[in-house]
Design a protein around this ligand. Structure first.
Ligand SMILES: NC(=O)c1ccc[n+]([C@@H]2O[C@H](COP(=O)([O-])OP(=O)(O)OC[C@H]3O[C@@H](n4cnc5c(N)ncnc54)[C@H](OP(=O)(O)O)[C@@H]3O)[C@@H](O)[C@H]2O)c1
Length: 245
């Protein structure tokens, strides 16, 4: 789809990758860029219109879909990562919050905006997923579960909205240089580079973006995940557990 002249809504547009998405949409000539945020006062990117939007609030999601009836490009970027294990976490609270935001929040946005996109010629949905959609790492285990669920959601929504001509793009990435990855000292790609790849894909009609080398390697290794992906993760985690005792 053409981004120039389109009306786009980005969730979580106040910082990090969402802010980079919004900036890139403005620079590609979108007619209007709506920046969804829990605190719209934090949406300060020039040319971006702030919209109060907590994606875990279904009533507000419905109201925004009604108020923003001209949207043709929906970027589901908002997400949380609580660095939580399955077993040793003090409670399943982090797992629930990640699922509520990353899966149910994204589902809620897709459901609310599907008819809006249909009315505007089909348009596109971009869902921000992760390399952890493909495999589990105990470092952020329950986050991975929520992104795996969101990957499944993305593939299903693509099938269900094909008849109305909506392009549904899955974006998988390893570490991106934002607040979410601030805790880890590893190579990270820039949010700007991800935004460029994603909107190139939208304009080319592609359904998947693998935003860095690690993500491409992991996806290619999936048929042999027990041999190629999990042994090094296990080794790393066993060393981390031993170091903490
Ligand atoms: N950084 C990485 O390494 C990485 C890698 C792969 C995928 N991702 C994904 O990329 C997306 C953007 O993350 P980021 O790196 O930019 O992280 P970030 O800097 O932590 O930003 C997260 C954004 O999501 C918003 N958000 C969280 N819960 C929300 C809710 N219920 N309703 C509306 N907005 C909400 C946050 O708003 P507040 O300011 O109100 O908290 C913030 O704007 C996420 O989906 C994340 O899972 C990130």
């Amino acid at each position: 789809m053409e981004i120039a002249g389109s009306v786009a809504l980005v969730t979580g547009a106040n910082r990090g990758l969402g802010r980079a998405y919004a900036r890139e949409l403005v620079s590609r000539g979108a007619a209007r860029v709506l920046g969804g945020a829990r605190d719209p006062g934090q949406v300060t990117e020039p040319g971006v219109v702030p919209v109060a939007l907590d994606i875990t609030d279904p009533r507000r999601v419905g109201d925004v879909a009604a108020e923003c009836a001209d949207v043709s490009l929906l970027v589901n970027n908002a997400g949380v990562m609580r660095a939580s294990t399955f077993i040793d976490a003090p409670s399943p609270a982090a797992a629930r919050e990640e699922m509520e935001t990353n899966y149910f929040g994204t589902l809620s946005m897709c459901r609310a905006f599907a008819p809006v996109l249909a009315a505007n010629g089909g348009g596109a949905i971009v869902n921000m997923l992760s390399v952890t959609s493909f495999y589990t790492n105990p470092f952020n285990a329950s986050y991975g579960a929520s992104k795996a669920a969101a990957w499944s959601l993305t593939n299903g929504v693509r099938l269900e909205l094909h008849h109305q001509g909506t392009l549904v793009v899955a974006v998988h990435a390893g570490f991106i240089d934002t607040d979410m990855a601030a805790l880890v000292d590893v190579p990270k790609v820039s949010p700007e580079s991800v935004a460029t790849m994603v909107f190139d894909a939208v304009e080319a009609g592609q359904t998947e973006v693998l935003a860095d080398e690690r993500t491409r390697t992991v996806k290619a290794a999936l048929p042999r995940d027990q041999e190629l992906i999990y042994p090094p993760v296990q080794e790393f985690w066993d060393a981390a557990v031993q170091g903490s005792h």
